[in-house]
Design a protein around this ligand. Structure first.
Ligand SMILES: [Zn+2]
Length: 317
C-alpha cells in the first residue's frame, strides 16, 4: 500500500503540537512548541508554517504529498464551516480571526479547522477511552474548561459550531467574571485557574510566602489537612459534578470522558465528580443506562487523533 501522510496540528493556550501521521496510524513526526506570547494570529500562523517546513524537510516530503492538506484544532469558539475563530479566551483573541484563510494562504494547501474539544471527543471515541460508545460527553478541566459532544454516533457541533461549551454553562456561583466575557460560568469557579483564584481571594493575597498561589498548591494544602483549601476543592468538585449531571439529564450519554491537568493522576477527584453526577442526574440516566465515567486516555494528543479521524474520513458527517 502506498504511504500517505496526514498533518494534524493542535493550537492551545500554552502549547502548539504538530504531528505527521501515516495512513497506518504511525506517527512519523511530532513536535511541541510553546505558544508564542503575545498570541497574535500572524505569529501563530508563522510558527505553524515553520513547524510544517521542519516536518517536511525531516521526512524529505513536499506539501503535495500531504493527503487532505493540514487539519488544525484550536482552543476557541470555531465556526468550522467558514473557518473563523470567533473568540478564543485562551489565546486572548477577542475578535473574529479568519484562521482557515490565513493558514491556507500561508501553508499553500487546503486547511480544515475544528474546535479542540470537538476534535478531542472524536479522538477519544475513535482511538481512546470511549471506543464503541455512540453518546459521549468529553470534558477537559485545566486552565479553562472545554467540552465536546458526540451524540447518536456523530460529533454534535450545533447550528454554527459552538455546541459543547461546557465550561460556560451557568449552574451556580455569584459575581465572578469569566474569560469569555460572561459572568459566573462553570469555568470561572471550577477550572484550574479558578481554584487558584478562589484561594487567592480567601487568603486575600495572590502569594503565600513569596510564592504565587497555584492550583497544585491548593491541592497540596488540602491533602495536608488545610480545611479552607479542602473546601475550595470540594466546591469545585461538587459544582463540576452538578454541571455534568445537568448534561447527563439532558443528553443521556453512555460515557463521560474527563481529562485535563486538574484531573490528571487524581483518581479521587474523578471519583468524587462521578458521585455528584450520580446523585444529581435523573436516576434512570445513571441506573438504567450503564453510564461509565472514565479518565481521558490520549492526553495531550486527543485533538490530534480527532483531526486524524476526520482527515482519514472515519467520521460520519
Ligand atoms: Zn465563560
Amino acid at each position: 500500500m502506498k504511504k500517505e501522510f496526514y498533518c494534524a496540528v493542535d493550537i492551545g493556550g500554552t502549547k502548539i503540537l504538530l504531528f505527521l501521521i501515516d495512513n497506518n496510524g504511525q506517527v512519523v513526526f511530532r513536535e511541541k512548541i510553546a505558544t508564542p506570547k503575545p498570541e497574535h494570529p500572524e505569529i501563530i500562523v508563522e510558527k505553524v508554517v515553520l513547524l510544517l517546513k521542519k516536518a517536511l524537510i525531516t521526512l524529505n516530503l513536499n506539501e503535495t504529498e500531504l493527503r487532505s492538506g493540514v487539519g488544525i484544532c484550536i482552543a476557541g469558539f470555531v465556526d468550522h464551516r467558514c473557518g473563523v475563530v470567533h473568540q478564543s479566551p485562551n489565546l486572548h483573541w477577542h475578535n473574529p480571526v479568519p484562521l482557515r484563510d490565513l493558514m491556507t494562504e500561508a501553508l499553500a494547501c487546503p486547511v480544515l479547522l475544528e474546535n479542540d474539544a470537538n476534535a478531542a471527543v472524536l479522538g477519544e471515541v475513535y482511538y481512546g477511552a470511549a471506543i464503541g460508545h455512540r453518546d459521549v460527553i468529553y470534558v477537559t478541566i485545566s486552565t479553562g474548561i472545554g467540552g465536546g459532544l458526540f451524540l447518536d454516533g456523530r460529533l454534535y457541533r450545533g447550528s454554527t459550531g459552538f455546541a459543547g461549551e461546557i465550561g460556560h454553562i451557568k449552574p451556580f456561583g455569584k459575581d465572578r467574571t469569566c474569560q469569555c466575557g460572561g459572568c459566573d460560568c462553570l469555568e470561572a469557579w471550577t477550572s484550574g485557574s479558578a481554584i487558584a483564584r478562589s484561594a487567592a481571594s480567601l487568603w486575600e493575597s495572590a502569594e503565600i510566602n513569596g510564592q504565587k498561589i497555584t492550583t497544585s498548591w491548593v491541592f497540596e494544602q488540602a491533602r495536608a489537612g488545610n480545611t479552607r483549601a479542602a473546601a475550595i476543592i470540594e466546591h469545585a468538585i461538587e459544582n463540576t459534578g452538578k454541571g455534568l449531571a445537568n448534561l447527563v439529564t439532558l443528553l443521556n450519554p453512555s460515557c463521560i470522558v474527563i481529562g485535563g491537568g486538574v484531573v490528571a493522576g487524581q483518581s479521587d477527584y474523578l471519583k468524587q465528580i462521578g458521585e455528584w453526577i450520580r446523585i444529581e442526574a435523573i436516576r434512570p440516566s445513571v441506573e438504567i443506562t450503564p453510564l461509565i465515567i472514565v479518565p481521558a486516555k490520549l492526553e495531550p494528543e486527543a485533538g490530534i487523533w480527532g483531526i486524524y479521524a476526520i482527515m482519514t474520513e472515519q467520521v460520519v458527517e
